[in-house]
Design a protein around this ligand. Structure first.
Ligand code: GRF
Length: 223
């Protein structure tokens, strides 16, 4: 069992991105409140031209590019990544559209403090092209999942899910937009729970305030 540590101030986090960074933006925006839950120490991108780095700069948050193409292999890339992350001493490492597969060693290094958002109702559709798959399968609902990262790709303990309807005539793009809007709601919420020490990983389950996490509670019928 892993319990998130207590802290009297905002929880230091590092956000890893590869692209647009709209989830990063939602996390940035979530800091504006009476008591910001998180202190985003830095945003790290494996793509130097990721728009998310601009979002970070606009918010006065340090941006760091660690270009995977500059390294001979995944292990060397991750060694630098770990060095950069650990120097910032985050309690939580947040994957927000970070498009590199992580080695078991990396995942183990951050066990219990590495979190991801995936645009499907896991365990349905791990991997890529989730919206196209949901449409192809004739699903009436799609959604997104926030989960702790374990060695199983897109398979770790689930913190929260949100469901949205799949509408007649949806394309992968229209469905993705509907899901993404809800990602921006659940990711800051899940991160805040972590920051407030309200989450506990118990085997392959996540407990919120000692009870079950509201996996099915958030149903959005907004189109
Ligand atoms: C999101 O759909 C997220 O679920 C997935 O990658 C996408 C990132 O989008 N992991 P953005 O960069 O946050 O806009």
């Amino acid at each position: 069992m892993i319990v998130s540590e207590s802290s009297e101030t905002a929880c230091p986090v590092v956000v890893l991105i590869s692209g647009n960074g709209s989830n990063l933006q939602a996390l940035i925006d979530s800091r504006f409140g009476a008591e910001p839950a998180i202190d985003i120490r830095a945003v790290i991108s494996n793509k130097p031209d990721a728009y998310g780095l601009e979002r970070a700069a606009n918010a006065g948050i340090p941006g760091i590019a660690v270009n995977h193409r500059d390294y001979p292999d995944r292990t060397a890339f991750e060694a630098t990544l770990i060095e950069q992350i650990d120097a910032l001493e985050p309690r939580l490492v947040i994957l927000a559209g970070f498009m590199r597969i992580l080695t078991d060693d990396f995942v183990t290094h951050y066990a219990g403090r590495l979190i991801n958002i995936h645009p499907s109702l896991l365990p349905l559709y791990p991997g890529l092209h989730t919206h196209a798959k949901a449409i192809e399968h004739g699903d009436r609902e799609a959604g997104a999942t926030v989960h702790f990262v374990t060695q199983e790709v897109d398979g770790g303990p689930v913190v929260i899910q949100v469901r949205v309807p799949v509408l007649d005539g949806d394309t992968p793009d229209t469905l993705a937009a509907r899901v993404l809007k809800q990602e921006h709601v659940i990711y800051p919420r899940a991160v805040r729970w972590y920051a407030e020490n309200r989450l506990r990983i118990d085997g392959n389950s996540v407990l919120l305030d000692g009870g079950q996490s509201p996996l099915q509670e958030l149903v959005s019928h907004e189109s």
